[in-house]
Design a protein around this ligand. Structure first.
Ligand code: 4AD
Ligand code: MG
Length: 430
């Protein structure tokens, strides 16, 4: 019976055939232990000299790392293995012999692994991270679909900037100038006026000269936008969404979390409500913690975010930032116009900002004024102003960075491990 490693539990005591690669191997004179993987999972195959033909045993002993093979054997329950099953091998058929696979079980440096990312993805650790990334993506679709949101796909080639000009990738669009999208937000606002509650999920591009463990040049963002939803309600949706992601991974990716050695007790209590502090309170807290150089009106850097997050065991919303350090479209607090109705969500355990969001300006005159203050006037913005001319309504939205969220949930130190082929400041290969 042909099957996959993920389905062997349905075949205990029966013979199955699985297409696999050899991840690793140990053997002695009488027995060989094959660590096999097939994409769906990892399983140990045991080849006992006395139970197979001499030919099969010799083939097993000579197998090289990453050789592809059909393996036939009997499925056994095995309480000692984390997976719970193993295979008593009866037959082996080599598909393709791999010679001198570069990533050996010994330790390799990061640059070497990054140069071999196309192969490094096969490792157990990278496999687990990619499975959790996939779970987060599917839980995203589930959450928004079940809550009445419509998936809308904003363009990637754009004529405008959403977040401000400096970090745009420029390209030619025939005779015009175009930019790779750094956020779909402005288009999602238009979509919210057509469909009510919408969300997007797509790649975004930022030519940031930042070489940190949290910055990618190309990253994936989930951007919900909601008509008739004001600041506080948006925060509630954010905490429900993030909790849903964490709880889904906890219930469906136990094996992966275990193989990554993730401390799940830190994830188990990620449930609404999340704490909220204002920017003012955050500044006060930082002063108390000895960050005396930061003053009101300055933006937080990674060390500030880490210091604030350390005070909480759940993600924390920092709200009401000064208008002048935030994007032009954010709505001023009616009681105190120098701050805006926005929030950044800072993940626990030092993983930094995972969400940026706000209520949007819905008043035409104020939005025009902001455009001028930010030197953003230009024909490309006309359509965005139209949204405030024809039936403008209060609305809010946010953007969750997928890779930073995957880093937090998996416990990966650096975002380079959370996307299949990372684009970093000095890396466009492979
Ligand atoms: O805070 P940002 O810049 O917000 C926006 O782009 C809004 N237009 C979103 C919206 O309201 N629709 O980015 C949102 C999130 C950040 O919180 C972070 O998680 C992630 O995107 N992010 C990055 N992730 C990896 N590498 C980078 N260079 C990132 N820049 C932002
Ligand atoms: Mg931000």
């Amino acid at each position: 019976m042909r099957t996959t490693i993920s389905k062997v539990k349905d075949f205990v005591g029966q013979d199955v055939t699985i297409g696999t690669w050899l991840a690793n191997k140990r053997s002695s004179g009488k027995i060989a232990f094959l660590q096999l993987r097939d994409g769906t999972g990892f399983i140990q195959g045991v080849v006992v000299k006395d139970e197979v033909s001499e030919d099969v045993f010799q083939k097993a002993k000579a197998l090289t790392q990453e050789t592809s093979l059909w393996v036939t054997g009997t499925v056994r329950e095995d309480v000692r293995s984390p997976f719970g099953y193993e295979l008593t091998v009866k037959d082996i058929e080599i598909i393709h012999e791999a010679i001198n696979y570069p990533i050996t079980p010994k330790e390799h440096g990061v640059e070497f692994l990054m140069d071999h990312r196309h192969l490094w993805l096969r490792s157990k650790r990278q496999h687990a991270i990619m499975k959790i990334r996939d779970e987060i993506i599917w839980s995203t679709y589930e959450f928004f679909h079940n809550n009445g949101f419509v998936k809308v796909d904003p363009p990637i080639l754009t004529g405008t900037s959403a977040e401000g000009g400096s970090e745009l990738f420029h390209t030619k669009y025939f005779d015009e100038d175009a930019y790779l999208s750094q956020s779909g937000q402005l288009y999602m606002e238009a979509a919210a006026m057509a469909l009510g509650k919408v969300y997007s999920f797509g790649p975004t591009f930022r030519a940031e000269k930042s070489k940190t463990k949290r910055h990618l040049i190309e990253f994936w963002m989930i951007e919900p936008e909601m008509a008739f939803v004001e600041h506080e309600e948006s925060l509630q949706i954010q905490e429900q969404y993030v909790s849903y992601l964490v709880q889904s991974v906890l219930s469906r990716c136990q094996l992966e979390l275990k193989s990554l050695g993730r401390d799940v007790s830190k994830l188990e209590n990620i449930k609404p409500p999340f704490p909220r502090i204002t920017y003012d309170e955050a500044i006060e807290l930082l002063h108390k913690k000895g960050f005396n150089d930061i003053e009101w009106g300055e933006d937080f850097g990674a060390p500030h975010e880490v210091a604030i997050a350390e005070e909480f065991d759940k993600p924390v919303f920092i709200t009401h930032y000064p208008a002048k350090i935030k994007a032009f479209y954010m709505k001023p607090d009616p009681n105190r116009p120098e701050v805006v109705l926005c929030a950044d969500l800072i993940a626990p355990e030092g993983y930094g900002e995972i969400i940026g969001g706000s209520q949007r300006i819905d008043d035409l005159e104020l939005l025009k004024k902001r455009y001028e203050e930010h030197n953003l006037t230009g024909g490309a913005y006309e359509w965005y102003l139209d949204l405030r001319k024809y039936g403008s309504v209060p609305h809010s939205g946010f953007g969750l960075g997928l890779e930073r969220t995957v880093a937090w949930i998996t416990g990966a130190e650096h975002v380079r491990e959370t996307i299949p082929f990372p684009r970093l400041l000095n890396r466009l290969y492979p």
